[in-house]
Design a protein around this ligand. Structure first.
Ligand code: IPD
Length: 265
């Protein structure tokens, strides 16, 4: 096993191991370790333990690769590849035992910046539902081994839209105003609380489209590849790539509608 296959297996195995760890820690009870950008933006002991496990496993198997993790930051490697890790995406859900959280691991070629990297392989594991999403570039996306495909040619008024909000209260108010402008056009909206799972939900057809502004690289690295490999168009503002500023994912026809409606932001 070489190349992209190997990266896919490593991402999937390590995400699965970390997912079991966070499920076990959640069973015992969750401690908030600290607040980050705001009081709402928290890190739990399980986030830290999960990232430590993932970092150690990757370092042992791929010592020349770089690493970018939500909780421990960046280490440059020498191979040109970087592992981009969210040890628990959906941390607030995790705190409340709301069953939409996941371990997210992506491996990218290039700088750990969604605007410029090429994602190679990805795994997102939701330990509550026992669901493993994974994808490798050019090899499709899978949920528990089943090939995924996005919903095609859905009219906006019949389309279920996912989105998310910032941890910054003032930014949330602006995001709500944007959403207000979309609600009259789409069937309904879900805010499930995990960007990684939102992107996987586009891949599996549980959502027709998703957009969010202000995501960090680790929130989107794995999910964006999984959505793209399931046939979604994934991009950002003005026909450009997905960035931290804006991520849109949907089948092309719906993508174009959503991109047009978000153009004036
Ligand atoms: C958050 C989740 C949430 C999204 C936020 C992210 P975290 O990540 O993905 O759905 O709306 O923008 O920061 O903090 O749970 O890892």
């Amino acid at each position: 096993m070489t190349g992209i296959d190997e990266l896919l297996h490593i991402a999937t195995d390590i995400a699965s191991e970390a997912a079991l760890l966070i499920r076990e820690r959640r069973r015992v009870g969750v401690d908030v370790a600290a607040s980050k950008s705001s009081a709402e933006d928290i890190v739990t002991l399980a986030d830290r333990e999960s990232e430590r496990l993932i970092r150690d496993r990757i370092a042992a198997l791929r010592p020349n690769d770089g690493f970018l993790g939500e909780e421990t930051g960046a280490d440059r490697g020498t191979s040109g590849l970087t592992w981009v890790v969210d040890p628990i995406d959906g941390t607030v859900n995790y705190l409340y035992d709301f069953p939409a959280y996941a371990v997210s691991i992506g491996v990218v070629d290039g700088e750990p910046d969604p605007a410029t990297w090429t994602a190679l392989a990805a795994a997102v594991v939701n330990p509550v539902l026992d669901e493993t999403y994974n994808a490798a570039r050019g090899m499709g996306a899978h949920l528990n081994g089943r090939l995924l495909s996005v919903n095609r040619d859905v009219q906006p008024q019949l389309a279920l839209l996912g989105t998310g909000f910032s941890y910054s209260a003032s930014r949330r108010v602006g995001q709500a105003a944007v959403l207000g402008g979309l609600l009259g056009t789409f069937r309904d909206v879900r805010r499930a609380g995990s960007a990684a799972l939102d992107l996987c939900n586009v891949a599996s057809g549980r959502l027709d489209a998703y957009f969010e502004s202000g995501l960090h690289p680790w929130d989107q690295a794995a999910g964006a590849l999984i959505a793209a490999e399931a046939g979604a168009k994934v991009g950002g503002r003005g026909g450009g790539p997905a960035t931290q500023d804006l991520v849109i994912a949907a089948d092309e026809s719906l993508y174009d509608v959503l991109e047009g409606m978000l153009a004036g932001l």
